[in-house]
Design a protein. Structure first.
Length: 478
């Protein structure tokens, strides 16, 4: 936890203030949050990715984002719609002939099921908005090896076509990974490529998401975020095995699941959702979708309000109207979640790997709202800047640095700080905020940040380095 230096205590982040009681009690092992508004951002890496090993959370630790994978499928379909290759209300049978004749289960008495032929064609819209009538997963999917070991997407689609629907397409809502997988199979037919290759070529590589994929490397798996069972009032328990996504996590028997199978890191996931927040363009300038496409297909629900009070677009939870208070995004089975607001340029991201608990999302949302309010309060008191402020937080730290309007250099009060030669001191945004930073690893000399500036070195800004066991926070430019 953030400590004090001399008589001055380091300021804690909004996320740390909200989550620290749960971390101290052991109810929550660790958490990563990102709050973004306009050009202001707070990143917090708190607690541990592996409690037993005492390995702290890091932006570069891989984790299973589970259902957050659905948004990637939605984006690939939106790209094809944008290119005029498919239409949202196209029948799936146009691309996958096995869906020409479908059956709907209308009764089940003592194990005897009554089936009737579907009257409505199944469409892409149905598949992507959970209105197709599919069950959540294929029968016995855990026996097949879970999301990453079932079978190739085209085989999943063929099996789904032979599975009775729970209701007539377009007449109800049932959350389903199968429908998303069927939509991904359509992408494969239209592009002539495997869906995972489409995702890589059209989303991951352009955005620089180099750590994201369906088969994490052995090196990445050494520092994965472990999964824990969390219950209020009790210490978190490690979950070494999950039937929904069991090991091995790489090899020729691992297949992509468009509904739940993508691995990523907090750093990479942030790139994807910032692209959505910016309505189709990444922070690096890569254009993934046109703004009008994002607004028309992703930011607003694509299923009728008459079917559900909750909106859903192409792989994203979304409002029914594109308004200032409208958020869209998605969560995952292990409680991670990211939501963005394209109109207000706001983002809140939660990375956590826990089962049986979704309350961390509420805690995250409350902390994010507090951060947004402070940014709004300070906005009128500080000049605009082409750089945005980034408050990076880890689970604790020693040292103290401050950036104020009247100083373009951080002041360390004689306390050792960490350095990164690649950064420039003049990139610091002049916000009057405080941040604790860890001591310099390579030198015991109590060099001040002002002296470091004269030598061309500046405080390191990134909480992703695992060599910092105590954690650190630093406010800096992008």
């Amino acid at each position: 936890m953030v400590g004090a230096v001399g008589a001055v205590a380091a300021e804690v982040s909004f996320a740390q203030r909200a989550f620290q009681p749960y971390l101290d009690s052991g109810e929550l092992p660790g958490v990563i949050t990102v709050f973004h508004k306009d050009r202001h951002e707070e990143i917090s890496c708190l607690g541990f990715a592996d409690v037993a090993a005492q390995r702290p959370m890091s932006l570069d630790d891989v984790f299973q984002q589970c259902s957050q994978t659905k948004g990637f499928c939605g984006v690939t379909v939106a790209q094809l719609i944008e290119a005029g290759k498919v239409a949202l209300d196209d029948p799936i049978a146009n691309y996958l002939p096995e869906f020409k004749t479908l059956w709907v289960e209308t009764a089940n008495t003592n194990g005897v099921r009554r089936l009737e032929q579907a009257r409505q064609p199944l469409t892409l819209r149905h598949c992507l908005t959970h209105t197709g009538g599919f069950p959540f997963e294929l029968a016995n999917f855990t026996a097949m090896g879970g999301w990453s070991h079932r079978m190739p997407l085209r085989s999943v689609a063929a099996t789904a076509a032979a599975t009775p629907l729970l209701f007539e397409p377009g007449t109800g809502v049932r959350y389903s990974n199968i429908g998303i997988d069927v939509a991904a199979a359509v992408v494969e037919v239209v592009t002539g490529q495997r869906w995972e290759d489409v995702v890589s070529e059209r989303i991951l590589k352009p955005l620089g998401m180099n750590a994201t994929g369906f088969q994490p490397t052995d090196e990445q798996l050494k520092t994965r975020i472990e999964i824990y069972r969390v219950k209020k009032g009790k210490k978190a328990e490690h979950v070494p095995f999950c039937a929904s996504m069991p090991p091995p996590f790489r090899g020729d028997r691992v297949f992509p699941s468009a509904g739940a199978g993508l691995w990523t890191t907090a750093r990479d996931q942030l790139k994807f959702y910032k692209m959505l927040m910016s309505l189709g363009v990444g922070e690096n300038g890569a254009r993934i979708l046109k703004e009008e496409t994002v607004r028309r297909l992703l930011t607003v629900s694509q299923r009728p309000k008459s079917l559900s009070k909750d909106g859903y677009s192409l792989g994203f939870v979304a409002p029914f109207a594109d308004e200032a208070d409208g958020w869209f995004g998605h969560g995952g089975a292990w409680a991670s979640q990211c939501l963005v607001n394209g109109r207000r340029k706001e983002l809140r991201m939660l990375v956590v790997q826990v089962v049986d608990a979704y309350w961390p999302r509420t805690v995250c949302a409350q902390a994010a709202e507090a951060f947004f309010r402070q940014v709004e309060e300070k906005a009128s008191r500080f000049p605009s800047n082409d750089e945005f402020a980034r408050l990076v937080t880890s689970g604790g730290g020693r040292g103290f640095a401050e950036i104020s309007r009247s100083h373009t250099e951080p002041r360390s009060h004689g306390v050792p700080v960490r350095y990164c030669d690649r950064e420039r001191i003049d990139r610091f945004h002049p916000l009057s905020l405080r941040a604790s930073v860890s001591p310099c690893e390579t030198s015991t000399e109590p060099t001040t940040a002002r002296n470091a500036s004269r030598s061309g070195r500046v405080p390191f800004r990134d909480c992703a380095k695992r060599s910092n066991p105590d954690g650190f926070r630093v406010l800096c430019g992008n």
